[in-house]
Design a protein around this ligand. Structure first.
Ligand code: ATR
Length: 289
């Protein structure tokens, strides 16, 4: 049991519901490891009470919080300032007290970048396919634009959502970076060696058979598959990429680094490689992976 004393500061996760999070495991482990008097707790906030919750957090002197569904957008107007890329994405998952109010950051995007970099997956100059056009895909699409992918095909079941997201990113960065496409039109994808990022919820445990595209013809063009799902550790998408001769990674490192990045924003520390690796193992164990 963690020692809590009169100086212990509170960090936590705002969302609704927040029961399934791994964040307390991540941050309480790091706080203990780095000898910091912090405790990280779930902070469920009922609909309509977000503003009150933030005022309360400020009054209690919480140095920071994470924010999850359904508040990642709604929290933005309540921030004193917002990081530039987080503002473009329109999604904030980390708040840091700046002395007067909370500054909003997006460590989903920085964490994904750090995870991909560590896995040796380049973005700059690459041709990319993104599967999905929901909240996660939006973060992925902005990262691809920010890190100068050559071209991006954005595919989604609901084509209209892919078209809208593509239009947003193209307006914010440069025209014609992203082309929307329906899954059934995947044969129109020009020949090439693509980086494919799987950002739909298809294939997530317990419905592990799910995948957006089955056709081996599609996977022939994919040299690298990056999966956002971390449970199961190997999704059907990853298997299809590997069967076609590509390499595939799951989303656990993204989850790891969104936590590490948040912790490093809240605290003046740089988490060591050894501790990152130890934490990664603890996360796998906790999830039964
Ligand atoms: P998240 O925040 O995880 O991105 P989301 O915003 O609800 O969640 O987005 C879910 C993504 O998974 C969407 O791209 C969704 O496709 P639609 O926009 O067409 O709904 C995709 N998705 C979920 N269930 C799906 C299914 N059964 N078949 C195809 N795509 C699915």
């Amino acid at each position: 049991m963690k020692s809590i004393n009169g100086h212990t500061k509170t960090l936590g996760l705002i969302g609704y519901p927040v029961g399934h999070t791994l964040s307390p495991v991540i941050h309480n482990y790091l706080a203990e490891k780095y000898g910091q008097e912090l405790v990280y707790v779930p902070l469920p906030v009922e609909p309509g009470k977000l503003e009150d919750a933030l005022k309360g957090a400020a009054a209690f002197g919480f140095p920071g919080m994470n924010v999850t569904v359904p508040y990642k957008n709604d929290v933005i107007p309540l921030c004193m300032e917002v990081d530039e890329l987080a503002a473009k994405i329109g999604s904030v998952n980390t708040l840091v007290w700046n002395g007067m109010g909370y500054k909003g950051y997006n460590t989903d995007v920085t964490g994904l970048y750090r995870a991909m970099t560590e896995d040796g997956v380049a973005i700059e100059g690459e041709n990319v396919v993104i599967l999905g056009a929901g909240g996660v895909s939006r973060t992925v699409a902005y990262l691809m634009a920010d890190k100068k992918a050559k071209h991006v095909y954005l595919m989604n079941r609901t084509f209209e959502k892919a078209a809208q997201l593509a239009e947003h990113v193209n307006k914010d960065f440069r025209q014609e970076l992203i082309t929307p496409l329906a899954y059934e039109d995947h044969k129109m994808l020009p020949e090439g060696d693509y980086l494919a990022i799987q950002a739909t919820s298809l294939g997530m445990s317990p419905r592990t058979e799910g995948v957006a595209i089955e056709d081996a013809e599609f996977y022939r063009k994919i040299k690298c598959g990056y999966e956002i799902i971390f449970n199961p550790a190997k999704t059907r998408f990853m298997k299809l990429v590997e069967e076609a001769g590509g390499v595939a990674y799951n989303g656990l490192k993204m989850l790891l680094y969104q936590g590490i990045d948040a912790y490093e924003l809240w605290n003046p520390v740089k988490i060591s490689r050894e501790d990152i690796e130890a934490l990664y193992e603890i996360m796998k164990e906790t999830l039964g992976l």
